[in-house]
Each structure stands twice: as structure tokens, then as C-alpha cells.
Design a protein around this ligand. Sequence first.
Ligand SMILES: *Cc1c(COP(=O)(O)O)cnc(C)c1O
Length: 246
Amino acid sequence: MEGPGERLDELRASLGRVEQRIARACEAAGRDRAEVTLIVVTKFWPASDVRLLAELGVRDVAENRDQEAAAKAAACAGLPLRWHFVGQLQTNKARSVLAYADYVHSVDRPKLVRALSAAAEQRAGGEVAALVQVALEKEEDGGAGDGGRGGAAPEDVSGLAEEIMRAPGLRFAGLMTVAPLEGAYAGRPAAAFERVAELSRSLRVAAPAATMVSAGMSADLEEAIAAGATHVRVGSAVLGVRPPLR
Ligand SMILES: *Cc1c(COP(=O)(O)O)cnc(C)c1O
């Protein structure tokens, strides 16, 4: 067992390494470091780690399952954190998620837009930033061959963006993606992130404020930053690879 002091030191060191990777990637891309926000994905890790991250200056955290996130956010109430939801979301969980999250990165169908809009209108916290999750692996089959992973096919993205723009309580904030494991972009994260950046540019003709491009994780944040990502979602490179037993 390690004490909280050791965990703090460990997280300080890993955050420092990730920060250095982000800074180098920005420099290589000729981008200002301030253009990229680090979101630490804290799924599987306890609220005590989230507290330590806040102490170390982290301001953006993300979760992918509502039950775990709701408990953690409650345990971390009062900390100066922004909570992002990045997982597949059932419509009946929209209200629960919006009790703590101000950003939902995983909007992928009209029914979810409607559920989030209704929940956003009822809550006290103001507008919710909604990002459309792009699943490039659904490009060829229009989503028909979806193996259950979240995200919208590229051809459905602009329609969903328009639905979000019309939805009360929601603000269309941009696009999110995960480098595909299947299809034409499998093993080609740089090409995948370029494609999403291109989609983002075309959407911004009608929605100039939708500037967020949430792309890049522990394994591929450099490729994402090179392609123009504004938000990288990093879990294991900060918190460690193995979830603790619970
Ligand atoms: C877990 C997760 C991440 C972080 O992944 P790492 O490889 O641990 O950095 C990013 N985005 C989403 C949607 C995730 O579920």
C-alpha cells in the first residue's frame, strides 16, 4: 500500500511527463500551448485521486460511466473542476449526467439530443456544451455494421449538429473522436484526426463558435495535437495502466 503522499508524488511526475509531451507536440505543430486543454480521464480511479489531481492544478476531468461519475463528482463537490462526460450515454441517464457535467462529448443520435435538451432546460447549471462524437469506422456502412461502440457516422454529423443548435439548453461546442480500431482508419490515428479536423472546419462555416476538437488519448495525443485538437483526453498516462482492485 502506498500513502497519499506517494500517490501525490506519482501523479505529479506523470502529469509532468504528459505536460511535456503536450508542450513538445504544440511546439512541433507551431501551436501555442494555450490552444490545447488537458482533460484527465479518471474512470476506474477513486475520488481521492481526483482530489489530488485538483491539488496539482488539473481543472478538467472526464468520466465514461454515469454511476461511477455521479458518486465521484459528489465526493469531489466544492473542488474547482469541470466535469466532462465522454462515454456512451443512455437517454434515461441524461438528467443524472447533467447534474455534474457541463460538457457531453458523446452525442451520437437525435434521441439523445432531445433527452439532453430536456434535462438541460430543467437544471440550474445553465447551458450544456454538446459535442458530436464522430465514429469514422462507420463511414462505409452508414452505421449499419456498428459493433456497439458509440459515435455517429460522418455523414450524420452535420444533421446532428443542426439538431443541437436548435435544442434549448444545449450549445453545439464541436466534435469528439476516438481513433478507430476498425475500418479504413484503423492504425492511422493521424489520418483519422485530420479527417475530423476537416469535418470541424466545414461545420464552423455555419457554427463558428463550435471550436472544440476533442481528440487524442494517452497513445496518440501527439497526432491529435498535430491535426489541431483543442482538447486531449488522457487517462492511463496520468493515472496508471491498471485499475485498482475494488
Ligand atoms: C478511457 C478514455 C480515454 C482515455 O484513454 P487512455 O488511453 O487511458 O488515455 C479517452 N477517451 C475516452 C472516450 C475514454 O473512454
